[in-house]
Design a protein around this ligand. Sequence first.
Ligand SMILES: Nc1ncnc2c1ncn2[C@@H]1O[C@H](COP(=O)(O)OP(=O)(O)OP(=O)(O)O)[C@@H](O)[C@H]1O
Ligand SMILES: [Mg+2]
Length: 242
Amino acid sequence: MSQAAEATAYAVRMEEVTRSYGSVTALRGVSRAFPRGGFTAVMGPSGSGKSTFLHCASGLDRPTSGSVLIGGTDIGRLSEAKRTRLRRERIGFVFQSFNLIPSMDVEQNITLPLHLSGARADPRWLAEVVGRVGLTDRLRHRPSELSGGQQQRAAVARALITRPEVVFADEPTGALDPRSARDVLGLLREAADQTGQTVVLVTHDPMAAAWADSVLFLRDGEIVAELADPTPTTVMAHWEIL
Ligand SMILES: Nc1ncnc2c1ncn2[C@@H]1O[C@H](COP(=O)(O)OP(=O)(O)OP(=O)(O)O)[C@@H](O)[C@H]1O
Ligand SMILES: [Mg+2]
């Protein structure tokens, strides 16, 4: 495929990505392309490499070997500064540990990615995103004044505020009640369906995984199974045989 066609078809492509931490190999030669506008869930036992997978696919971390292309650009060939800029402009990330800035209030945290790239918040989009994550009456609160679920929702709003081409979310519903979880998953689904954004979601929850178009199962740093058009029941059944 030409570089231009590649950039159009796939938002992200990983080729033979291996990531080792000293003697621990967290990812072993993973190859996978994420089509634009697709919603993929990633599941696997604790320690199977899911967070490492997301960190490498999003350019937060560099593979020990192999390559990652974001919109056709091989990020391994970019300088640290260019990689950071590409990530800021094109990627949204929800961290497993939220990573909110303690000294900033909710609104400042959510709009931080915009400020970092010198953009201003579109007030209507800000109100929309904040409303969807249910934090309209918490904008002046600091993260320490929020519940775990509220912090998680602020992290999701921060990832969506720049309308990134790709949203990576590491367990964004782990601390949420079922209704808030549905709202957050609905936001991600809408990002894929209505704006053609690409979503990659790590989750332990079969109900959450069922919102995706396909589910990848990781074990010991490798993709060992894949399931298309998942339902909670088929996800559970796959999980059982892993
Ligand atoms: N910075 C690091 N230094 C050393 N080892 C690491 C580091 N990050 C991850 N690992 C190891 O790599 C493996 C995969 O970790 P990873 O965080 O990707 O797992 P995970 O599937 O996200 O697990 P969980 O479901 O518990 O979040 C684990 O064995 C972990 O101990
Ligand atoms: Mg993890």
